[in-house]
Design a protein around this ligand. Structure first.
Ligand code: ARG
Length: 273
């Protein structure tokens, strides 16, 4: 009995010793951090992925189908990745965080039905334009909102940081703006779909967003209509970090091919209700 007990004791000690040792080797000494960083960087350079950031709340350009992000921009990005021999990774984020993600290298590029504007061009480089668009107003069918004039004194929903937001905020807040001092108010939302829920619930009177997303929302919700707003046409581009010419050239040649083949029109058709 004593023998069994001492054997057990020895075994417990050996066990304690080995586990003690192994947990020590798991801990990384502090001076290894830099090695790890370089390893991570090397791995990133070797990795074959192409990372796209988008805001998947903008059908038909990008939207969730279950857990999956799909849409015109995803179809385009898949073609870009295919032409480059890379594997596409798509990440969803707030629209206003896409350019910052490109700037700090989290994203290789941003594709989000993003309008090429002079202001954004100060921060990032844009591809050739691949879609023309224009702002639209969504309102209840019976509302007498047909143009900018009809927005006077109204509560207007926009998606934060979009060109629709900028146009309406300027019109409301600038002394020379068409809606200045008319009692009109701007309400910003994370996305146009949320804004439309508030419109349906009567909390706001109108939503201003790009043409095709406006049409998607109207087609998906009884009782809404959409009219064109203003006459400023917008051009969509894909953005990359300033000076990333190699990637921009690849993106441009794929976009040009898709435009020549009529593929972009096809992608739009496929993703529209
Ligand atoms: N074209 C507009 C802009 O550039 C709206 C884009 C919104 N895109 C999105 N994926 N939510 O500001």
């Amino acid at each position: 009995m004593k023998k069994v007990l001492s054997l057990l004791l020895i075994m417990t000690m050996i066990f304690a010793l080995t586990t003690g040792c192994s947990s020590k080797t798991d801990e990384q000494p502090a001076e290894n951090t830099t090695n790890q960083d370089t390893a991570a960087q090397a791995e990133k350079e070797e990795d074959n992925t192409l990372v796209m950031y988008t805001n998947a709340e903008f059908p038909p350009f990008e939207y969730f189908e279950g857990e999956k992000i799909v849409g015109v921009d995803v179809d385009i990005a898949n073609e870009i990745a295919k032409d480059m021999g890379k594997e596409l990774v798509v990440e969803h984020i707030d629209f206003s965080s896409i350019i910052p993600a490109v700037l700090n290298d989290k994203a290789d590029f941003g594709a989000a039905g993003m309008t090429i504007t002079a202001e954004r061009q100060e921060q990032v480089d844009f591809s050739i334009s691949y879609v023309e668009s224009i702002q639209h107003i969504i309102s209840k069918k019976d509302a007498e909102i047909l143009d900018m004039e009809g927005l006077k004194g109204k509560k207007i929903g926009v998606q934060l940081g979009t060109t629709g937001d900028l146009a309406i905020s300027d019109a409301v807040n600038l002394p020379e703006g068409d809606l200045y001092n008319s009692g009109a108010e701007v309400k910003t939302y994370k996305n146009a779909l949320e804004a439309s829920q508030d419109l349906l619930a009567g909390r706001i009177d109108a939503v201003v967003i790009d043409k095709l997303p406006a049409e998607e929302i109207v087609n998906g919700n009884e009782g809404l209509k959409t009219v064109v707003f203003g006459d400023i046409s917008e051009a969509y581009g894909i953005c990359v970090k300033k000076g990333n010419e190699e990637l921009l050239n690849s993106i441009n040649s794929t976009l040009q091919r898709l435009l020549d083949e009529g593929k972009i029109a096809e992608f739009i058709e496929n993703h529209s209700k």
